[in-house]
Design a protein around this ligand. Structure first.
Ligand code: HEC
Length: 103
C-alpha cells in the first residue's frame, strides 16, 4: 500500500521535473546558476556578453552597482524589455556575477 503511493509520488515528481525543464521562458523558477540565468541576455548582449545589438555587459564597472543592474533586469531600460521570468533574487545573483566578470 505505502509502496504504491511512494511510486505514484515519484512519478509525479519526475513529471514535474521534466515539465519544469522544458518550459522555456518563465521556467527557471529555482535556477540559481548565474551562467544559466545569463542565457537570457545573450540574444541581445552577445554570447560572450561583450555586446551585440545591445551594449557590452563587461564594461559596467563604475556605471552601475549590483542593485541598479538587478533593477535593469527586473524593470528594463530604454529599448531593453524587462526580464519577466526573473525573481528579485535571481536578478541580484546575476548582477553580482556580472560585476565579478568586469574587464
Ligand atoms: C531583447 C534584447 C535584450 C535582452 C534579452 C537583454 N537586454 Fe539588456 N539591454 C538591451 C538594450 C537594447 C540595452 C540598451 C538600452 C538603452 O540604452 O536603450 C540594454 C542595456 C542593458 C544594461 C545597461 C548597459 C549600459 O551600458 O548602460 C544592462 C546592465 C543590461 N542591459 C543587462 C541585461 C541583462 C543582465 C540581461 C539578461 C538578464 C539583459 N540585459 C537582457 C537589450 C536586451
Amino acid at each position: 500500500m505505502t509502496r504504491k503511493i511512494t511510486f505514484k509520488l515519484s512519478i509525479i515528481l519526475l513529471l514535474s521535473l521534466v515539465l519544469a525543464g522544458c518550459g522555456g521562458q518563465g521556467s527557471f523558477e529555482n535556477e540559481t546558476n548565474p551562467e544559466v540565468l545569463a542565457r537570457s541576455c545573450i540574444g541581445c548582449h552577445g554570447t560572450d556578453l561583450s555586446g551585440r545589438s545591445a551594449p557590452s555587459l563587461l564594461e559596467l564597472d563604475g556605471k552601475y552597482n549590483e542593485q541598479e543592474i538587478a533593477e535593469i533586469i527586473l524593470n528594463g531600460l530604454g529599448r531593453m524589455p524587462q526580464m519577466k521570468n526573473f525573481s528579485e533574487e535571481q536578478a541580484s545573483l546575476l548582477a553580482d556575477w556580472l560585476l565579478e566578470k568586469q574587464q
